[in-house]
Ligand binder design. Structure first.
Ligand code: PLP
Length: 367
């Protein structure tokens, strides 16, 4: 069902707009929080996915008190909203040491780093204690000390523990290569390998006499794994909304999709089988999901009572700055008019949220 121009309930939507289904998002939060509780691991959800004090309250309602963010400015935003236990899961940027020190005086602050010189300069610039995790590369190859580089790992951990104002927490990884998996089996096998690699690094440091916690956080692993043996903390973020990428790789079910972008239809080309949306790269982002070798920047979906239902064979096949090109089924072409709104489940929810300001629910509330 697309939304007609004459539908009064949607006339406030004039440009690409995030539409969230709070019931679905809250159910996603509850289910991850329950899984963490049952497995006795700390749940420290990543708030970069929603970046919203309103959505943050849904987490508070589930008893969550510790959070992850990806920048110092996001840490400040949530500290101002009353969050007291914050991990900045992005390598310490030494140009922001003053802000890091100021934050550490306000909240229980954890940071991640991977270089000895950063540990030293951080310690020199702090006036209070900060918890420090070693960013560990367990296979993603983005950043971090490589999990089996025993020598560098031990040296860095010893340097951290030797500094005043630094409290060594343990090893933190983001197994982002789980996004390249296809299906639950492959995700599970990356998860199992990640745990093995973290355990190897942990044992290396324990042999050097250190106490070591381990923290991992990627939505595919945290969604598919049933148990978290050998893990102290999980930090998924995307799971609150999920998205087309997660659906395609098998880390969520259709009824868990909690977020769409409502996009105005601006042109229709029946002969090309295409619909043009006001909804391009600056709204949906340039991230895509790959379905049978075809790039999909989002999937068109129907809004139903319980949530969104993906419309097979109706997807955003290309984006330019403001335009999104939809490959449409005959039925969608037949029933769509210029000025309607189509719902697009974005390929990557975190980026779409970052691009668009504020949420609307399917019932019309704004926050
Ligand atoms: N931790 C770190 C360091 C991350 O970079 C991310 C996401 O990029 C997460 C946790 C959350 O992972 P996801 O977005 O898969 O939920």
């Amino acid at each position: 069902m697309m939304i007609s121009f004459h539908d009064k309930a949607w006339q406030d939507v004039t440009t690409p707009t995030l539409v969230v289904n709070p019931d679905v998002a809250r159910a996603n939060i509850r289910s991850m929080a329950d899984k963490a509780r049952q497995n006795h691991v700390k749940f420290r959800p990543h708030f970069k996915t929603h970046q919203s004090a309103h959505v943050a309250q849904w987490f508070r309602d589930e008893g969550i008190t510790a959070i992850t963010v990806s920048s110092v400015s996001m840490a400040k935003q949530f500290a101002a909203a009353g969050w007291q236990d914050i991990t900045i899961a992005f390598p310490v940027n030494v140009r922001e040491l003053k802000d890091i020190d100021a934050l550490a005086q306000q909240v229980t602050l954890s940071v991640i780093l991977e270089r000895e010189e950063v540990a030293r300069v951080l310690a020199e610039n702090l006036s209070t204690t900060v918890k420090v995790w070693i960013k560990t590369d367990t296979g993603y190859k983005r950043s971090g000390v490589v999990w089996n580089d025993d020598k560098s790992m031990t040296q860095l951990a010893k340097t951290i523990t030797a500094q005043q104002h630094l409290h060594f927490e343990g090893l933190l990884t983001h197994a982002g290569h789980s996004y390249r998996a296809r299906g639950r089996e492959e995700i599970l096998s990356i998860y199992t390998e990640t745990v093995f690699r973290l355990q190897h690094a942990k044992q290396t440091l324990e042999r050097a006499g250190l106490e070591v916690k381990v923290s991992l956080g990627d939505t595919p692993s945290c969604s598919v794994a049933e148990t978290f043996t050998g893990i102290d903390e999980i930090r998924p973020g995307n799971f609150v909304f999920y998205d087309l990428q997660q659906f395609v790789i098998g880390s969520c079910r259709e009824e868990q999709l909690a977020l769409a972008v409502a996009c105005p239809v601006v042109a229709i080309y029946p002969e090309r089988g295409e619909i043009i949306l006001y909804g391009g790269a600056v709204h949906l982002s340039k991230d895509f999901a790959e379905v049978d070798g075809v790039k999909q920047f989002g999937s068109v979906a129907n809004l139903e009572k319980r949530g969104w239902r993906l419309l097979r064979d109706c997807y955003v096949s290309a984006v330019s700055q403001e335009h999104g090109i939809v490959k449409a089924s005959r039925e969608l072409l037949r029933t769509t008019r210029v000025s309607d709104l189509l719902f697009v489940i974005p390929a990557h929810a975190c980026l779409a949220v970052n691009n668009l300001e504020g949420f609307r629910t399917q019932r019309g509330e704004r926050f």
